[in-house]
Design a protein around this ligand. Structure first.
Ligand code: SF4
Ligand code: SF4
Length: 440
């Protein structure tokens, strides 16, 4: 065992279901294995926070691995191109319910012709390249925040305010996800290069990596980071500290005012896996078409997999030798905040950091929700002091002004309100829906 299994998360066993830290600890020991692409890949044309892209190739066209197939015609900066994860042929454009928004959105079905992974773009020498060229590559490669928010990275790397601090978030609070920590163990140089590219684009010198690991747990990563003048900040194991605004408070003791964003106080936060994806985009010419994630089910335990976006969950389960029929409920992402998919044909998105599968015998923590009993637990536990229960009412009423007054945009999507609710109410769709309604 490399990792200290005595560490506990603050919420362990306080809610209606048990979140066992040993899930994470066992997954930390499991190296990434690559899942080959499926015969048919399902690629959503929006896998980021922002506007949907439009298909720029035709049904019947052959496409290459890493080729842009979806782009925003209006060049909306809050969008990121979508790429083909395989060499293949576009066989269908159809509407599917998006796991994140819950709305019907465009997705393309691509028939895989081979397993080749020739990078689509030319490599760039980042040490001599201009900031503009690096930024353009980050956009063209479709890089988005891989920690869960899927915010377009090129947008975040091009703020209008002067940036003084870059924080790399390797806190990875989710109790059933270990892929960021594995990445630190397996790809430290890629992460370092990505950090250096981001720092060059932003023009910052103050850089810190926030990690939940302890000294000696990721030795090569620690050495490389410190040798390059980057501060390594070890975080308390509290679950919600992984959220951007709370991380800034913890590291810099600075508050991001409500309704404002980190760049407003001179700070930019990027996830550690995003840094590695930036490195691959620039140095290797790779589009963002694959990522590391952690699969977890009670029987199989935690497994770290390298998967291409668009791979159906059932294909991943088949690769693991597990039948999808065995599971009653599958979540994409964190056990606390990830969306449940309607069936296992649903694919992996750019922001999918985990797959959590519940068997028929595993109690569904949010099954059979009951009406709110106004106990107030959800309000008490919220780390940003907003009122999830009222937000749920406002979202049900589709009342934008009420949602604004309740500061739904301050929600860090930690999932703690759902976790403590005695009525087993799952707030995810109301909180995400409320934010989306305000933006729209
Ligand atoms: S509303 Fe719920 S999900 Fe949002 S920050 Fe508060 S506790 Fe977390
Ligand atoms: S925790 Fe659940 S039951 Fe209690 S006030 Fe919040 S929504 Fe209502």
């Amino acid at each position: 065992m490399i990792f200290n299994t005595d560490k506990q998360y603050n919420f362990k066993e306080k809610g209606r279901f048990k979140v066992d830290i040993n899930i994470k600890m066992s997954a930390l020991e499991d190296p990434f294995t690559e899942v080959p692409p499926a015969k048919k890949m399902t690629v959503f044309l929006r896998q980021h926070l922002g506007s949907q892209t439009q298909l720029i190739v035709n049904e019947g066209d052959s496409v290459q691995y890493g080729q842009i197939i979806g782009n925003d015609f209006n060049e909306n900066p809050l969008s990121a191109p979508i790429h083909s994860p395989v060499n293949g042929k576009i066989i269908e454009l159809k509407k599917l319910r998006h796991p994140d928004s819950g709305k019907m959105e465009d997705a393309v079905i691509i028939e895989t012709t081979d397993n080749n992974k020739q990078a689509f773009f030319e490599p760039i020498k980042f040490e001599t390249a201009s900031k503009e060229k690096l930024l353009e590559r980050v956009r063209d490669a479709g890089i988005v925040g891989l920690g869960g928010a899927a915010f377009p990275t090129h947008f975040k790397l091009n703020p209008t305010k002067k940036i003084t601090h870059l924080i790399i978030n390797a806190k990875e609070s989710d109790p059933n996800v270990a892929c960021d920590c594995r990445l630190m163990m397996e790809k430290p140089m890629g992460i370092l290069n990505g950090i250096q590219i981001m720092a060059k684009i932003l023009g910052v010198e103050n850089i810190a990596v926030a990690t939940r690991t302890e000294e000696g747990e990721t030795p090569e990563f620690e050495k490389i980071i410190q040798e390059n003048g980057i501060a390594l900040k070890r975080m308390r194991p509290n679950y919600s500290i992984g959220a951007e605004k709370l991380l800034i408070k913890e590291i810099l003791d600075k508050e991001v005012p409500s309704g404002k964003y980190p760049p407003d106080i001179g700070v930019v936060v990027h996830n550690v896996a995003t840094a590695e994806a930036v490195s691959k985009a620039v140095i290797d010419g790779e589009s963002l078409v694959s990522r590391g994630l952690t699969f977890y089910s009670e029987h199989e335990g935690g497994k770290n997999l390298w998967v291409r976006m668009g791979t159906p969950v059932e294909h991943i389960l088949k690769h693991l030798g597990v039948s999808a029929l065995k599971f009653d409920r599958i979540i994409l992402g964190s056990i606390l905040m990830g969306p449940t998919i309607p069936d296992p044909t649903y694919p992996i998105l750019k922001a999918t950091s985990g797959i959590t599968a519940f068997t028929k015998n595993t109690p569904d923590p949010y099954g059979n929700s009951l009406p709110c009993i106004r106990c107030g637990y959800c309000n008490t536990v919220c780390p940003v002091d907003i009122y999830p229960q009222l937000i749920m009412e406002a979202e049900k009423a589709e009342n934008v002004r009420w949602l604004k007054n309740l500061h739904v945009e301050a929600c860090i999507e930690c999932g703690l309100c759902s976790y403590v609710c005695p009525s087993r109410i799952r707030f995810t769709k109301y909180l995400k829906g409320g934010k989306l309604r305000i933006r729209e």
